[in-house]
Design a binder for this molecule. Structure first.
Ligand SMILES: [Zn+2]
Length: 436
């Protein structure tokens, strides 16, 4: 698709432009090729001719002989015209026929299949496939202004600009291959004559020693590659000149790694193969950065097999966890002794006037009959233990002043902690005095 923008006339900055030289002879041959004019070069003279009956509108004469030799031919033989006059003849023909000369970088891939292997070959996809998920080619015009060299009539000078007449740097000339060009025939050019004329507008074709303007059509490719493994897919976007396009690395979102080697882990996600490790418990493929170390077994395991122990803060394999009979929390079995977790066992002593205790006894005055208390906060849970001579109660609230989430009791000196069913809470704690 053509993406022509309206050229904006800017002050010519030709003096800043990079200059490349070419022999007049080869330039005349190039121009004649673009215009499909028959030509021969011999003895320092280029002969250009056309069949006037086929091209009645073309400028005369039907045959033009242009001096292109490195040595100045003096005097010019009969019917041999000077380089500048020969150049004007060619330019008039170009302007009439095409709007300007039209070319493409000689080493530029013109179609997707010419560069797609450069993309595909870069990747390895374990157990899956890759394909193009859309690719569009975008034509980008550059302008080459050709003048006859002031010091040598057998040479021309090319200066290169973008479509706004901003000079093109040497590095971009190299990147785009703008110096070596091939003629672009009418039927393969993306631009119509009016489009070429519009592109040529900002260029001063009346300048001294002006020979020709060439629109060089560079190509960009934009699209995406898709990798399919199992039910999942991943994409990598690309956008570059077709001449220099290179496969962009796949960015593994989970590990943050850039890679050209893709594989799937056991949960189906497509990741960088270098980021994969094995779960030492199940043998599953997981991400190394997501594996957790089990605080009981020391194994590096799949995070889906482990939970975080609220008491030790460690990740623990679910099989290595136990339920505390007092608080009913699932904790690392190493944190449990006599069926009770460390957090419940080692609650610090508290005064009845301490915030957590006072808050709870305000809400449940029945608890005031207890003389001794222990209290502590772990994570979001506040534990208050009320200790009587026969019975102990453990009341757990969700945060300070929060709702009661668990009640447990222990009766007798050698009794075990047991959960108090929700239906018995009011009986055990007494009626709540909380004002709503
Ligand atoms: Zn506990």
């Amino acid at each position: 698709m053509n993406e022509l923008q309206t050229p904006t006339a800017v002050e010519s900055t030709a003096s800043d432009a990079v200059v490349h030289r070419e022999s007049l002879a080869s330039f005349v041959e190039f121009a004649a090729d673009v215009l499909e004019v028959q030509h021969t070069v011999a003895d320092g003279v280029a002969t250009l001719e056309f069949e006037h009956r086929e091209h009645p509108a073309w400028p005369r004469p039907y045959q033009t002989r242009v001096a292109v030799a490195s040595e100045k031919i003096d005097p010019l033989p009969r019917k041999v015209t000077s380089p500048i006059d020969g150049g004007h003849w060619l330019w008039n023909l170009a302007a009439l026929e095409r709007g300007a000369l039209v070319a493409r970088p000689a080493s530029q891939p013109e179609s997707v299949h010419e560069f797609s292997s450069r993309l595909f070959d870069a990747y390895q996809v374990d157990g899956g496939q890759m394909h193009l998920a859309g690719c569009r080619l975008i034509d980008v015009p550059f302008l080459r202004v050709t003048t006859l060299a002031s010091d040598d009539a057998s040479m021309v000078e090319h200066r290169y600009f973008d479509h706004t007449m901003k000079p093109v740097s040497e590095s971009q000339l190299e990147q785009l291959g703008l110096v070596e060009v091939s003629p672009l025939a009418s039927d393969t050019s993306p631009y119509s004559r009016p489009q070429v004329e519009s592109l040529a507008e900002p260029c001063d074709t009346a300048a001294e020693r002006f020979m020709a303007l060439t629109v060089i059509v560079a190509k960009r490719a934009e699209g995406a590659l898709q990798f399919d493994i199992g039910e999942q897919c991943a994409r990598v976007r690309f956008g570059d000149w077709t001449r220099t396009i290179a496969a962009p690395p796949f960015r593994c979102a989970a590990s943050g790694r850039d890679s050209y080697h893709l594989a799937a882990i056991d949960d189906g996600r497509i990741v960088a193969a270098e980021a994969i490790a094995t779960c030492e418990e199940s043998g599953a493929s997981v991400l190394e950065c997501e594996r957790v170390k089990c605080g009981v077994t020391g194994k590096q395991v799949d995070p889906r097999l482990a939970s975080k122990c609220p008491v030790s803060g460690e990740h623990v394999l679910k099989d290595e966890m136990a339920t505390c009979h007092a608080c009913q929390q699932s904790v690392s079995r190493l944190a449990v002794s006599g069926g009770v977790c460390k957090a419940c066992r080692e609650l610090p002593a508290a005064k009845p006037t301490d915030t957590w205790v006072a808050g709870l006894t305000e809400q449940f005055p029945t608890l005031k009959q207890y003389r001794k208390f222990r209290a502590g906060k772990l994570g979001e849970l506040v534990r208050v233990m009320a200790i009587g001579w026969w019975r102990r109660l453990l009341v757990i609230t969700a945060g300070e002043g929060g709702p009661v989430v668990e009640v447990a009791r222990r009766e007798g000196l050698a009794g075990r902690w047991e959960q108090v069913p929700h239906t018995e809470w009011s009986q055990v704690l007494g009626a709540s005095q909380e004002q709503s």
